[in-house]
Each structure stands twice: as structure tokens, then as C-alpha cells.
Design a protein around this ligand. Structure first.
Ligand code: NOJ
Length: 562
């Protein structure tokens, strides 16, 4: 029988590095590529297969590198092209591939294309961006920018507006224009030829806009219209992704993951079905939006575990044997998961391990964000001036202008601000990130939470992640098994079953600080107590019909032939 080769990225675990905050090698307070290289042994020990590097391209850093000035140059603060090549080589020696961030919905306004484009209506680069004439001194439509204010910026010189879904220093590229698309494909080929392992594609489902750019609905308490139905999963998105695949990606054996806010599981089936040749997997936002109000991430709501379970179940089923899931709790845009869905006070370690076990046992490719393996927590800076993130700063300013109290805005920032994820990696009791002054304050708990300490303690969160990564290599059921949710309405227990060939695994996770009862009647264990694969308490007490699941306890049991 011909054995089809399984795609390597299905059995991989990805580690995301936000280079600015990972490791500073030269004392300027900013992380850099030599810093990353110096920590490759640490990542090898953890066991990850892939590093996703947030943008390292030349950038004026309005949005920390997500505003690219030159796609083919390395940001000076991070090092040189030689450093980058060294990183690829040294990572390869350790069996690690480097995946780059591909930010092609927009560039920096300092990119040479935009400088040309804005210079005149007749510029050869005019159509590289989305320009519209001024309508009676009003912007072309009512869309709001994701970073506050209007999504349009006026250029007096040509009496026209350009679209920027993010900051005004991040003008949107016009994907309708073929020469622009070809430039992007050329640039992608340049990096792939250097030996990178793939791309994480920034808001890639925003690149096709409804050309009519209709006004969006203005939701209650909002100042601007919601343009998302006209730019998310737009009319030509599949055409563009297939073209990108045809011209570039299919010629390389690489990992591709599309960041796709607003993509439903049904859409993700299309994006990730290998027959369509678009991307390998997408980052969904649905599970990350469950603790927010319907129209604003800053409107903080408690998480309902039942909703989280049903949502993850929907994605597990939608993509099983059709597409592929990515699995994540954290990245550089999200608050720290242990402070969010776990408990960073009395149960920090145990809840961090529970979250890891619960996520890594799902079907899909897991992503670990730097510091997650240490159980790093959110921060609470007292002064807004200590924050660095443009999204947070713009939102604060806008809400203050609307008369909202400082304290109330700060509570939203403490819960949801992106800088929670961006404080420097905590390597040692004194920080160990830099010998200089860090570009953003360290979290004050580095004496207690740091890499040195977790490495020395074999029962630490770090080793739970290490074990989860190893298990994935050893057991096909993790990669290939089906998923079935048990106890869907239980408010605190997340229980599910994986099944592959003749094996069945049961995963039980308590998302609360209460003692919970698990009734074995919901799972037919046929007089078998199963084998403990991984657990976050020493011995799960499995005997008896009703089992007590301790605060934030999680374990995986394997049952043999069924
Ligand atoms: C998504 C990125 O993850 C985020 O950090 C960035 O601000 C926006 N896209 C704009 O590029």
C-alpha cells in the first residue's frame, strides 16, 4: 500500500517569539536576533519544531514591526541579514524551522511604494494603495479604524483619502492591482529561497475589499461604522490565496497559517482544505472573543466555560479530516492565559498546566507564546505612560475624550491590553532580558517567575510543555484522533475523548478553583482504570464511581482496545 506522507506541520509544535521582548544581546533594551540565537538551546530543550518570528523587517515601529518599511531588510535594532541567516542555520542544526510573519494587508507609510504613491495621482505606484477622492470634505465612508478613529486619512496635496484599517501609518495595500501582487510574490520567494519554513500571514483575510466600500452599520455606543463585512473574507480572497499558492507556496514544503479574524468554521473549511491550495491552517478569534462584548474587545465579560467548550467543539468537528486547526491561548495580541482563563493568584502553576494539557490534547497544531511555558502573567502599570502599544494608547485617548474615567479604562487595559503579552521574557530572578533599560517595563514578579527557576524544578510548567510536545511525537492519536465532547453543559469541567484506531483517551480539566465531581457513568471505562498519560497533580484519584477533581486539576487517561 502506498503510504501518503503526512505533512510535518501536523505533528509540529510552534513557539512564537516576539523579538523585541525575547532577549537583548547588546544592552540597548531591545531584544534582537543574536538574543534569539543565544536561546536556541533553551528552545531545543523545550522540544519545539518551529519558531514563528514576529516581524523582523525594517520598520519605523509605529506598531512594533507590523508596519513594514522595507520587506527585504532586517530592522537595524534587531541586527543584520547575516544574523538572520545565522539564525536559520543554527535553528536548523537543532531541527527547528523559522516561520516568518508576512504582513501584506498594509505597509508602513514610510515604505518607498507609499512615498511614491502619495506623491501624485499619476504616480506609477498610485494604485498600490486604496485612494478615494474627498466627498464634500467627508471621508469616503464611515468605517472606523481597528486602532480608533476613522479608517481614512486625508492627504491635502492630492485632496484624497487613503484607507488604513489599522494606524494611519499603516496604509492598506490594493490587492486588486496585479503589479502589487506580483511584487509580494517576488518578496515571498526571496525569503523562501533563504530557507525559511513558512509564513504566518497577518490579517490575511482582510486583503480583498468590497470595491464599492459601502458604509458599515454603526453599533450602539460606537462612533464609526463597522466595515468588517466588506473587508473580512472579501469577494476575491480565495482567488488571491490560490494565486499566491500557485505562484509561490506550492513550490516549497512549508507551513502556512493565516491570521483570520471573523472567519467562521465553515469559511475555515474552505481556507484549509488541502484540495483548495490556500493555507494549511488559520488562527480563529472566536474562542478569544468570548470574554468580550459583541462589538468591542475592551468591554470585558466573564468567560462562560460552556461557550468555550461548544466553540472549540465546533472547530474540532468542522475541520476533522477536511482541513486543519491551529491551537492557541496566547500570542502577542492577547493577554496572558493564566491570568485570563486560569488563576494567577493561588493556582498559577497548576492552572497554567491545566490550560496547556487541555489545549495540546486537541486536534491541530499548537502554538506556544514566549513565556507561556513559565506561566508568565498580566501586568498592571499604574500610569498610562508606561504602556507602549498603539492600540491601547489610541483607545485610552479616545475614551478619555468621551469622558470615560481613567480607572475604568485602566481596568479594560489590565484585562485585555496587548502589552500584557509584550513585557520582556523573564529569564532570571533579576530579569536577565537586558543589561540596559528595557523598552517596556518588566513584570514585577520576575523574582518568582523565571526560566532559571522552571528549568531547575522538574515538576514545573516548562516540563509539562516539554512532555506534551514529546507525547505528540509518540502517539498518533493526538494528531489523528477524532474528538468528542462529554458533559457539554458542565459549568466547570472540560471533558473530552479522543479516539484513533483501537485507542481511546479521556481528557478531564477543571477550569475552577472548586472541587468538582466527575461521575464515571458518563464514560464507559469497562472496569479499566486507564493509564495516566499526563497529569498536573501527582496521582489522579480514579477509583470509585464518582471522582473528585481538584482545583484546576487536569489529566489524560489512555484506555486500550475498545
Ligand atoms: C495583527 C497582528 O497580530 C497585530 O499585532 C497587528 O497590530 C495587526 N495585525 C496589524 O498588522
Amino acid at each position: 500500500m502506498i503510504q501518503l506522507r503526512e505533512s510535518w506541520w501536523k505533528r509540529s509544535v510552534v513557539y512564537q517569539i516576539y523579538p523585541r521582548s525575547f532577549m537583548d544581546s547588546n544592552g540597548d533594551g531591545i531584544g534582537d536576533l543574536q538574543g534569539v540565537i543565544s536561546k536556541l538551546n533553551y528552545l531545543e530543550k523545550l522540544g519545539v519544531d518551529v519558531i514563528w518570528l514576529s516581524p523582523v523587517y525594517d520598520s519605523p515601529n509605529d506598531d512594533n514591526g507590523y508596519d513594514i518599511r522595507d520587506y527585504q531588510a532586517i530592522m537595524q535594532e534587531f541586527g543584520t541579514m547575516k544574523d538572520f541567516e545565522q539564525l536559520i542555520d543554527e535553528a536548523k542544526l537543532r531541527g527547528i524551522r523559522i516561520v516568518m510573519d508576512l504582513v501584506v494587508n498594509h505597509t508602513s507609510n514610510e515604505h518607498a511604494w507609499f512615498v511614491e504613491s502619495r506623491s501624485s495621482k499619476n504616480s506609477k505606484y498610485r494604485d498600490y494603495y486604496i485612494w478615494r477622492d474627498s466627498k464634500d470634505e467627508h471621508p469616503p465612508n464611515n468605517w472606523g479604524s481597528i486602532f480608533s478613529g476613522s479608517a481614512w486619512e486625508k492627504e491635502d496635496a492630492t485632496n484624497s483619502y487613503y484607507l488604513h484599517l489599522f494606524s494611519k501609518k499603516q496604509p492598506d495595500l490594493n490587492w486588486e492591482h496585479e503589479p502589487l501582487r506580483n511584487e509580494i510574490y517576488k518578496m515571498m520567494t526571496y525569503w523562501l529561497d533563504k530557507g525559511i519554513g513558512g509564513f504566518r500571514m497577518d490579517v490575511i483575510n482582510f486583503i480583498s475589499k468590497d470595491e464599492k466600500l459601502p458604509n458599515g452599520v454603526v453599533h450602539s455606543e460606537q462612533q464609526y461604522g463597522d466595515g468588517s463585512p466588506y473587508f473580512m473574507n472579501g469577494p476575491k480572497i480565495h482567488t488571491y490565496l490560490q494565486e499566491m499558492n500557485e505562484k509561490v507556496l506550492r513550490h516549497y514544503d512549508v507551513l502556512t497559517v493565516g491570521e483570520m479574524p471573523g472567519a467562521s468554521p465553515e469559511e475555515a473549511r474552505i481556507y484549509t482544505n488541502s484540495a483548495n491550495q490556500e493555507v494549511n491552517m488559520v488562527f480563529t478569534f472566536e474562542h478569544m472573543d468570548l470574554d468580550s462584548g459583541p462589538h468591542e474587545k475592551w468591554d470585558v465579560q466573564p468567560l462562560d466555560l460552556v461557550e468555550l467548550k461548544l466553540n472549540l467543539e465546533k472547530w474540532q468537528h468542522a475541520l476533522h479530516q477536511i482541513g486543519w486547526n491551529s491551537l492557541y491561548w496566547n500570542n502577542h495580541d492577547q493577554p496572558r492565559i493564566v491570568s485570563r482563563f486560569g488563576n494567577d493568584k493561588d493556582y498559577r502553576e497548576v492552572s497554567a498546566k491545566m490550560l496547556a494539557i487541555c489545549l495540546h490534547m486537541l486536534q491541530g497544531t499548537p502554538y506556544i507564546y514566549q513565556g507561556e511555558e513559565l506561566g508568565m502573567t498580566n501586568v498592571r502599570f499604574e500610569n498610562i505612560s508606561d504602556y507602549r502599544d498603539i492600540e491601547t494608547l489610541n483607545m485610552y485617548k479616545e475614551k478619555r475624550q468621551q469622558g470615560i474615567a481613567h480607572e475604568s479604562i485602566m481596568e479594560s487595559i489590565y484585562a485585555k491590553g496587548r502589552d500584557n503579552a509584550r513585557t520582556p521574557m523573564q529569564w532570571t530572578v533579576d530579569g536577565g532580558f537586558t543589561t540596559g533599560t528595557p523598552w517596556i517595563e518588566m513584570n514585577t514578579n520576575t523574582a518568582k517567575i523565571n526560566a532559571e527557576q522552571v528549568l531547575a524544578d522538574e515538576s514545573s510548567i516548562f516540563y509539562t510543555y516539554q512532555k506534551l510536545i514529546k507525547l505528540r511525537k509518540e502517539h498518533d492519536i493526538i494528531t489523528n484522533g477524532s474528538f468528542q465532547l462529554l458533559l457539554p453543559n458542565h459549568p466547570n469541567l472540560f471533558v473530552y475523548k479522543r479516539q484513533f484506531e483501537e485507542e481511546e483517551w479521556l481528557i478531564v480539566a477543571n477550569f475552577s478553583k472548586e472541587m468538582e465531581q466527575f461521575d464515571w457513568n458518563v464514560y464507559d471505562r469497562r472496569n479499566d482504570n486507564g493509564k495516566v498519560i499526563i497529569a498536573n497533580y501527582e496521582t489522579p484519584e480514579i477509583e470509585g464511581d464518582i471522582m473528585i477533581v481538584r482545583p484546576y486539576e487536569a489529566f489524560v487517561l489512555a484506555f486500550g482496545r475498545r
